[in-house]
Design a protein around this ligand. Structure first.
Ligand code: HAM
Length: 434
């Protein structure tokens, strides 16, 4: 038996009937990010593996377990995560930072406000809301001008505004302060002191995290770890500098001034190493276990760490599939209905009809026909499926008279249009009500 191929696990076909939902989401995103002054950037879908490892952190789950590498050839000295070679991008922040540095965008503007929409790839175990190829819409604001709590508030407000504009309801915004790079070091020490005595109560993953990435213990989903955390007084802002505490207070003030409600959560630490200061996550409880619609935060050292200038940055990404899941069953309609469908009523007229269709297309009319024309009824069915606004009927009678009959599918009105000398009248009619 011939092998039947299926879509790779954790990926989806987006069929024409679903494209309308995707396109209208993307259109709304484009309109809205423009209101906030963000310009589009497109980076390749693969980059050097090392770029992701260096930015997201070698101990992050994404780098440890989810990198989809292309032809990775381990170098003899490499153990663990293979750093050589290329990997499909698991996210776009690192790629945008790479492009920002490589194209000297810092020299062009004090603040580069960029957005992207596109596929990302993570080799995760697929489940509802968790895919191997998924799509994100994200923004990144980088440059010396990025250091302002108003920008933190703007970026968070934009994420909220986007979800509202797309019609997502009942989502929740959580924010937290991870402090500056130095604060984070103090925090690691503080957490190790607090949790050291309870190490044997933590899951094996968290015991491992204790040394490698102690922050991640705070958002472990394991019930016993949660219990340990719940019993720990997490008032860790006390080990932060006055400056970063003040910065976060101003961010919260700016958010409140915009009327954005949020919940502060000391357990929100994010899984990627590059974050500093403000971090946030937006969840939709209706989504179940994969409930994060999007997340983001500051990464004030990443540009410098990747060889660029010492500039601050902040951004977020929202998962498009999760937004669509939260919106529920979307309308299955054709994204772009056709202007017209040409119905051929005699096989001898096929060649004439073919030429007519091509001339109309050259003139900017979207029109289709069947090259195996069946009955009038079956051709009308095809016209309906394509959402044609007009049906052009070409039969022997019409051909003799040098006309076509044009039926307006909305009003049912039908009239003859002369095509003997030129197609001007026909084109004007078909283009008329666009
Ligand atoms: P992230 O939290 O890894 O952050 O991903 C952001 C969003 O992408 C998630 O909240 C989720 O909606 C979606 N997402 C992630 N993984 C999957 C998956 N396997 N299947 C379906 N959806 C998924 C980042 O990617 C950061 N780059 C965000 C950022 C931008 N931070 C600063 N700038």
């Amino acid at each position: 038996m011939t092998k039947q191929f299926s879509v790779p696990r954790g990926t989806n076909d987006i069929l024409p009937e679903n494209i309308f939902a995707w396109r209208s989401l993307e259109d709304s995103v484009r309109k809205l990010v423009h209101l906030y002054g963000y310009q589009e950037i497109r980076t390749p879908i693969f980059e050097e593996t090392e770029l992701f490892a260096r930015s997201m952190g070698q101990t992050s789950d994404v780098v440890q377990k989810q990198m989809l590498q292309l032809a990775a050839q381990p170098k003899p000295e490499e153990t663990g995560v293979v750093l050589s070679g290329l990997a499909l991008r698991p996210e776009a922040t690192a790629a945008v930072v790479r492009a920002y540095i490589e194209n000297s965008l810092d020299k062009k503007e004090p603040l580069s406000k960029l957005f992207y929409i596109g596929p990302m790839f993570r080799g995760e175990r697929p489940q509802k809301g968790r895919l191997r190829q998924f799509h994100q819409v994200g923004v990144e604001a980088l440059g010396p001008g990025s250091a302002s709590p108003y920008l933190d508030a703007e970026v968070i407000a934009l994420a909220v505004h986007l979800l509202e504009a797309l019609g997502v309801e009942g989502f929740q915004l959580k924010i937290n302060n991870l402090g500056s790079l130095d604060d984070k070091k103090n925090l690691s020490k503080w957490l190790r002191e607090k949790l050291g005595g309870r190490l044997s109560d933590l899951c094996s993953d968290c015991q491992d995290r204790f040394e490698r990435n102690v922050f991640r213990i705070l958002d472990c989903k394991n019930p016993t770890c949660r219990e340990v955390i719940a019993k720990t007084n997490l008032n860790y802002q006390e080990c932060f500098s006055k400056e970063s505490v003040e910065y976060f207070s101003k961010t919260k003030e700016a958010l409140s001034a915009l009327g954005i409600s949020y919940q502060e959560s000391m357990q929100l630490v994010r899984g990627l190493d590059y974050y500093t200061n403000t971090v946030f996550e937006i969840t939709a409880p209706s989504l179940g276990s994969q409930d994060a619609l999007g997340a983001g935060g500051r990464y004030n050292h990443l540009v410098e760490e990747l060889g660029g200038a010492k500039v601050d940055a902040i951004g977020f990404a929202l998962g498009i599939e999760r937004i669509l899941l939260a919106l529920g069953e979307t309308k299955k309609v054709l994204a772009q209905p056709m202007d017209a469908f040409l119905v051929v009523l005699a096989p001898t007229l096929l060649s004439k009809a073919f030429q007519l269709v091509n001339e109309l297309r050259q003139s900017g009319v979207s029109v289709d026909m069947s090259y195996h024309p069946g009955s009038l009824k079956s051709q009308m069915r095809m016209a309906n499926k394509q959402g044609a606004r007009f049906v052009i009927l070409l039969g022997e009678d019409e051909d003799r008279k040098g006309v076509v009959a044009v039926k307006n599918m909305e009003t049912g009105e039908q009239k003859e249009v002369n095509i003997k000398n030129n197609l001007e009248e026909l084109i004007a009619l078909l283009n008329g009500e666009k």
